[in-house]
Design a protein around this ligand. Sequence first.
Ligand SMILES: NC(=O)c1ccc[n+]([C@@H]2O[C@H](COP(=O)([O-])OP(=O)(O)OC[C@H]3O[C@@H](n4cnc5c(N)ncnc54)[C@H](O)[C@@H]3O)[C@@H](O)[C@H]2O)c1
Ligand SMILES: [Zn+2]
Ligand SMILES: [Zn+2]
Length: 345
Amino acid sequence: MKALVYRGLGLKAVEDRPKPAIQAADDAIVKIVKTTICGTDLHILKGDVATCAPGRILGHEGVGIVDSVGPGVTVFKPGDRVLISCISSCGKCEYCRRGIYSHCETGGWILGNTIDGTQAEYVRTPHADTSLYRVPEGADEEALVMLSDILPTGFECGVLNGKVAPGSSVAIVGSGPIGLAALLTAQFYSPAEIIMIDLDDKRLDIARKFGATQTINSTGGNAAARVMALTGGRGVDTAMEAVGVPATFQLCEAIIAPGGIIANIGVHGHKVDLHLETLWSQNIAITTRLVDTVTTPMLLKTVQSKKIDPKRLITHRFTLDKILDAYDTFGRAADTGALKVIIST
Ligand SMILES: NC(=O)c1ccc[n+]([C@@H]2O[C@H](COP(=O)([O-])OP(=O)(O)OC[C@H]3O[C@@H](n4cnc5c(N)ncnc54)[C@H](O)[C@@H]3O)[C@@H](O)[C@H]2O)c1
Ligand SMILES: [Zn+2]
Ligand SMILES: [Zn+2]
C-alpha cells in the first residue's frame, strides 16, 4: 500500500508499505477513505516531537471502512464506516476511567507518532471498540474528518479548559485550523468578545466569517497593547495559545485579565519564560492538555444537527498519490490560503 513516511528532520516520502495486520485481539484494520494533515505533522517534520521516529507513517485523523477485526472486537465488524480518533483509548486503565484518554497506559496519541498512522491506504487501530466511532447514516464524511482531532482539540484544550462563559472575553492566539475550531466551539457558550490574533490576514478574514468579534494582525509586535485597548485595559478572561511557539504563549501572559485562564493548546518544542514576577498576584490559572477526545460523541451530534459546520475549514482536496503536493499546499498556508486539506484514497 502507499503511505506517507517521516524520514527524519524535514524529510518525508511516499513509500510502498505492506498492508498492516492484526497484532492484538482488540485491533481493527481500517481502510482509509479520507484523511488529512495536522499542524502537529509539521511539528514532527520540524523535529519538535521526539517520540516520533524516522520510518513512521504519519497521520492521526481520518474516516474509513473497517477491513478486519481482531477476535476481541465486539462493537465493529468489517464493512462498518468509522471515524478514527487521534487518541487511542483502552477504556479500562486508570486514566481512561478518569476520562483522560490522552494518557491511556496502552494508547493515547500513538497513531502517526509511536505507531503507524492514517496517511496510508490502511491503518491498524488498537483498542478499536473504544477508539473508533460509527459514522452516522448519511453523514458528511469530510466534515467528520474534522472530528478526529481539531474540533475536540479546540474545544477541550481551549474552550473547556479556558472556561469560556456567557459574556466573557476570549482571545485566541493562532487562527489556524485549531484556533478556528476553538472559535467555532467557543460560540456554544456565547462569550461577549472573541478576539482572533494571527500573522496572516487571510486567516483573520476567515476568523471574522467564523464569528470573531475583533481580529488583530500581530506582525508589528503590538498585539498585546491592542488587546488591552480593546478590553478597557483589563485583558481577556480566557487566552488560548493555538500556535506552539514561545512568542504566542508570552502574548497570552501579557493579555490575561485578573482571574483569567491561559489555556495552552499548541505543541511546544522550546522552553517558554513564565513571567511570575507579574503574574503571581493576578489570580490566573494556566492549563495544558493533550486532547482526550472525550467530547467527540457530543461534537458529532452538534455537527449532525448543523449547530456547527466544520466543513468550512476544508480548503483543498487531493488524492493519496498527490499527498506530497498536499503537504506543500498545507505547509505554505500563508501563500495558498490552505486550512484543512482532505486526502482521499
Ligand atoms: N494539545 C493538543 O492536543 C493538540 C492537538 C492538535 C494540534 N495541536 C497544536 O495546535 C497548534 C495549532 O495547530 P494548527 O493545525 O492550527 O496549526 P497551524 O500551523 O496551521 O496554525 C498556526 C497559526 O499560527 C499562526 N502564527 C504563527 N506564528 C504566530 C505568531 N508569532 N503570532 C500569531 N500567530 C502566529 C500562523 O499564521 C497560523 O495561522 C499546533 O502547535 C499543533 O501542533 C495541539
Ligand atoms: Zn493533530
Ligand atoms: Zn486506557
